[in-house]
Design a protein around this ligand. Sequence first.
Ligand code: PMP
Length: 304
Amino acid sequence: MSDRDGKIWKDGELIDWRDATVHVLTHTLHYGMGVFEGVRAYKTDKGTAIFRLKEHTQRLFNSAKIFQLNIPFDMETIVQAQLQVVRENKLESCYLRPLVWIGSEKLGISAKGNTIHVAVAAWPWGAYLGEDGLAKGIRVKTSSFTRHHVNVSLVRAKACGYYINSILANQEALTDGYDEALLLDTEGYVSEGSGENVFIVKNGKIYTPDLASCLDGITRDAVLTMARDLGIEVIEKRITRDEMYCCDEAFFTGTAAEITPIRELDNRQIGEGKRGPITEKLQSLFFDVVAGKAPQYQHWLTLV
Ligand code: PMP
């Protein structure tokens, strides 16, 4: 991925893709203390637009604040950097990765005095869990790994090191022949996927875990808003895995995963074993929204 043409924004400048490197003694590379975002831009009739750019940028700054990483740029600069990388790389639709990391001045647990760096890259990225997954649903396995505890990791932050837990879970699920993992919290309640929030549908109502142990997903928020606007009741509450076995529909949400139906959990068929009608309705509205075809959600899009 590193050896290709293109431009990456790094510390205030647009540089060649191949030159966007760091030293091996970079603090974040050793200890995982860094924060990042995953953002998508979509093709619309008016040109390419970034979905919920302000919210993603705000979450990046919140993540940095949680870890006392002083980003040496203001929010507007990082907003402009994201717009610039999409424009300069001439991308019609893409995934964007803003990253904040600690420099290589010194190692040791304390990063006090080290410099803070920011980069933004963007590249084309199709359906994260596959086109087939979007249409037909995926097979999911409850992980043997537990999701972060709120007082061990600060789960409002989207932090680099947290993804060791996600990788362990995802690796286990894929090795065992499933498409994705479902992680439970430290008390055994449903939390989220390795990179997605999770929803279930039962008797026409939508349920999702409250924000105790899962990321405050921006797609999750979009789905909650769209569902309410469609007149569907949404409830944030603790969910058990057996409650999920017996639900009518289930789906994951995320910037990468978009809205991906779950057709099976732990070898139990969910509902009819395919994308359910409420999932389909939300998914279809979501793809209209990101394509600029739903005027009431135009404020979620920023043209590049
Ligand atoms: N949970 C985790 C652990 C994630 O990595 C992501 C992806 N950012 C999500 C949930 C979904 O968040 P969003 O909709 O903001 O991408």
